[in-house]
Design a protein around this ligand. Structure first.
Ligand SMILES: Nc1ncnc2c1ncn2[C@@H]1O[C@H](COP(=O)(O)OP(=O)(O)OP(=O)(O)O)[C@@H](O)[C@H]1O
Length: 250
């Protein structure tokens, strides 16, 4: 296992016309390859902001981010796209595009947006489609799919992108229970069998805690903390009123 991302004294938030809005500060943490790390916290605490900042979509307010042992700001956008695949909650609805075409766009960091797919690109797209089980959907237009179906397509696109690191913002949000568990098993096996770094945010404690190798906790009142699910178990109760018998969610 290696550190794939390292945060030092990171502060995240927004620069607005009236000033700076700090969402979270003093984050010291790292993500390891071969592990599934879960980012937990109540609504509005800063999970998406953190993920967007770590993916280079937003600038940190302070502190540093290192990606594969180099400062994140030293990478170009396309260099980051070859290293981090990002699945956000926007749940992509591009009019006129089929599911298969969206998955194929996962290869665009290598081919350019309009680039032709080579044999290996097509093979990776096919493998991603099979792995997520969306074969029957590939000729359907994205706008005709259910939220859960579209979510799986976006995840297949991230797999086709073949990055060593994958970020997913609430990937289980639209999924029914069997699909949720299938997806978490898939992400766990991507981490453990292929050595990828998987980093996902979720409110679904019961589903994620048995699967996660590591947990990051964001809270408005308390400093950032991280650890194994077992070591943080008392904190889940303090932070979220969670017990593992009543199916409460964060
Ligand atoms: N563009 C923006 N400008 C200013 N503040 C913002 C902006 N986007 C989000 N925020 C604020 O930043 C804080 C963190 O939001 P964020 O979306 O990161 O939370 P979250 O933990 O992902 O929430 P949820 O679980 O509801 O998705 C919130 O208070 C939100 O209102």
């Amino acid at each position: 296992m290696e550190k794939s991302i390292e945060l030092n004294r990171l502060a995240i938030g927004y620069r607005t016309k009236t000033g700076t809005r700090v969402v979270v500060s003093d984050i010291d943490a790292d993500l390891q390859s071969g592990q599934l790390t879960a980012l937990l916290g109540v609504n509005g605490v800063g999970k998406s902001t953190l993920m967007r900042t770590m993916a280079g979509f937003m600038k940190p307010l302070a502190g540093t981010i290192r990606l594969l042992d180099r400062p994140l700001e030293d990478y170009s956008e396309s260099e980051v796209a070859k290293r981090i695949g990002v699945v956000l909650t926007d749940n992509c609805r591009i009019v006129g595009m089929t599911a298969g075409e969206l998955v194929a766009l996962g290869r665009s960091p290598y081919t350019g947006f309009w680039g032709r797919l080579q044999k290996r690109d097509r093979q990776l797209v096919t493998e991603a489609i099979e792995r997520v089980g969306i074969g029957p959907l590939i000729n359907r237009e994205l706008t005709t799919l259910s939220d859960g179906e579209r979510q799986k397509v976006v995840i297949a696109k991230a797999l086709a992108q073949e990055t060593p690191i994958i970020f997913l913002d609430e990937p289980t949000a639209f999924l029914d229970y069997p699909s949720k568990m299938d997806l978490l098993r898939l992400l766990y096996s991507l981490a453990h069998d292929t050595g990828r770094t998987i980093f996902l945010s979720t409110h679904d404690l019961d589903a994620i805690l048995p699967m996660a190798d590591h947990v990051w906790l964001l809270d408005r009142e308390r400093p950032f903390c991280q650890g194994s699910p077992a070591s943080l178990h008392p904190a889940f109760h303090t932070y979220f009123g969670y017990t593992d018998t009543n199916n409460q969610m964060v």
